[in-house]
Design a protein around this ligand. Structure first.
Ligand SMILES: [Zn+2]
Length: 316
């Protein structure tokens, strides 16, 4: 079991969670003065890689104080219950709206099976282990946690999910935004830097909240964002502007096809066209076919999320 590790400044290491394919999802380990924390963890199948990463970094299992779970989408948290069993001193840190779903995951499992189907769910996530309530702490907006010698501020960041928070390491100009600051695959890097896209995953995407959360995080003027998909990006002001522009465009695409015969196909096609145009402008070093393949899962999830958002607006 050899984990793919990416060493970053300030005691931060990314671990590839080996979800879907290499380079898709990264859990992060923060080390400070002999103590450690995870930010997001991946699925049950990621746990052996995370434990191997601790070993490779010389971190004892008892030295892990926190498992910060930015939100309860299963690619971020599916392995948390099992990981808690391996880390005797770790507390799982959750948004008050997300915590009940990790303590009693029945509803979360049912909801995810709607998105992924029974068979694919089992293959992606396996058997979810509940986190015992006494191992969970709830995060209030602006709450501060001490890890070794550093202070981490946790801020509520709705938009991708209502129960989402971000971990701000202000002293090191670093933020761990979960999925609130989009996704950025390293394969798309060019001389212009990172290519980024927002994620409008079901079922709680809200464009106004997402823009407000991006602005709130960017206001810290961080040097780097550590995304789940995929790890460190810099040049935050440019990326924040790109995300906000694209959120507007995705909303317009969704609205344009709201009454279409087959909104799914129409929205997905327009989103792919938008991303290919932006990738060309970015000089991304991939062919159109490679880009479509790399982004196919995100096209599907984003399209589903936009349709759920349209339905929610129709009902309200
Ligand atoms: Zn998510």
């Amino acid at each position: 079991m050899s984990p793919r590790l990416f060493r970053h400044p300030h005691g931060i290491t990314a671990v590839d969670t080996e979800y879907l394919h290499p380079g898709h999802a990264a859990a992060h380990i923060i080390q400070d003065a002999g103590r450690a924390a995870f930010v997001d963890v991946g699925t049950n199948y990621s746990v052996p890689y995370l434990l191997a990463a601790l070993e490779a970094l010389g971190i004892g299992r008892e030295a892990v104080d926190y498992i910060f779970l930015t939100h309860v989408h299963l690619d971020h948290t599916g392995g948390a219950g099992r990981l808690v069993q391996e880390l005797p001193n770790a507390r799982a840190i959750l948004h008050p709206r997300g915590a009940p779903h990790m303590i009693d995951p029945e509803k979360l499992i049912a909801g995810s099976k709607v998105v992924y189907g029974e068979e694919r769910f089992a293959k992606l996530y396996g058997e979810l282990v509940p986190i015992p309530a006494e191992r969970v702490r709830l995060v209030q907006d602006g709450e501060r946690y001490r890890l070794g010698g550093r202070e981490l501020e946790l801020i509520h960041t709705p938009g991708h999910a209502l129960h989402h928070y971000a971990v701000v390491d202000a002293a090191h100009a670093s933020i761990f935004p979960g999925d609130t600051f989009g996704i950025s695959y390293r394969e798309m890097d060019s001389a212009r830097g990172a290519f980024i896209t927002p994620t409008t995953t079901p079922t709680q995407f809200d464009p106004d909240q997402l823009v407000a959360s991006i602005d709130r995080m960017a206001a810290y003027a961080p040097e780097a964002m550590y995304l789940m998909h995929f790890s460190r990006v810099t040049g935050v002001p440019r990326l924040a502007a790109a995300l906000k522009t694209q959120i507007g465009e995705l909303v317009r695409i969704a609205q344009r096809h709201a009454d279409a015969q087959d909104p799914y196909a129409a929205i997905r096609a327009d989103m792919l066209a938008l991303w290919l145009r932006l990738a060309h402008e970015h000089d991304a070093p991939l062919s159109d076919a490679q880009i479509a393949k790399l982004l196919q899962g995100d096209l599907d999830l984003n399209t589903q999320g936009l349709i759920v958002w349209l339905d929610r607006r129709k009902r309200s």
